[in-house]
Design a protein around this ligand. Structure first.
Ligand SMILES: Cc1ncc(CO)c(N)n1
Ligand SMILES: Cc1ncsc1CCO
Length: 218
């Protein structure tokens, strides 16, 4: 079995918990309170900017130009999505300025950046993979299970259920499988551990959005 298939099986309970989260079910039904979406989208803007930096760092560390190019493209797209969030969703949902990075987002960003900087390249690639893969699965799940009628969050749903994003996800999975096949069992196990950790952080990011979880002092 490929590394990616085995690892997805490992995080399958986390994925199933994610699609049952109130943030996701309410986003799907279009009745997620605006305040929670605003919190999420402003945190996600900071997330994508820094995710882009982590991807660019992985691009710089890649073993060959083909993989450098792939990760540069991922980095560029993450930043393009971030700009799209700014220009359309921010206006549409009345999110005005860049807000302080709150705990869940802070945790995730710095986990990705320190892993991209300090761990084996293969482990860094595995750490960023849930950002691609879980969003693709969640996007498809919401798209397929949506009720008919208008949803204020449709633009968000369409971004992640779209074909262009799907192609990037397939490519990122293939790159991880290729690296997993060529590395040692010790590094492969660390790749799995990084994938599991990032999957927990994906859950936590949505949970923080639903609870509006912020620093307790101001
Ligand atoms: C927290 C998070 N993970 C992954 C993605 C996918 O781009 C995103 N936008 N935000
Ligand atoms: C994972 C990811 N999320 C938003 S853009 C991007 C890279 C896709 O090319």
């Amino acid at each position: 079995m490929s590394w990616s298939k085995a690892t997805w099986q490992t995080i399958s309970p986390i994925y199933h918990q994610i699609i049952e989260m109130p943030f996701i079910t309410e986003l799907m039904d279009g009745n997620l309170p605006l305040e929670k979406f605003q919190f999420y989208i402003s945190q996600d803007s900071a997330y994508l900017e820094n995710f882009g930096r982590a991807l660019a760092l992985i691009a710089a560390r890649a073993y060959d130009t083909e993989n450098t190019l792939a990760f540069l493209q991922f980095a560029e797209n993450a930043i393009i999505v971030e700009n799209a969030l700014h220009e359309s969703y921010f206006k549409e949902f009345g999110v005005s300025e860049k807000s302080i990075i709150q705990p869940a987002c802070h945790h995730y960003i710095h986990y990705l950046k320190s892993t991209a900087a300090l761990e084996n390249l293969e482990v860094a690639m595995a750490a960023v993979l849930p950002c691609f893969w879980i969003y693709k699965e969640v996007g498809d799940y919401i798209y397929k299970n949506q009720k008919s009628g208008s949803n204020p969050y449709q633009a968000w749903i369409d971004t992640y259920a779209g074909e262009e994003f799907g192609e990037a996800v397939k490519k990122a999975i293939a790159i991880c499988d290729d690296h997993a096949a060529k590395t040692s069992p010790i590094v492969r196990a660390k790749m799995t551990e990084a994938f599991v950790t990032a999957s927990h952080l994906e859950y936590d990011f949505w949970d923080a959005g639903y609870r509006l979880r912020s620093w307790q002092t101001n």
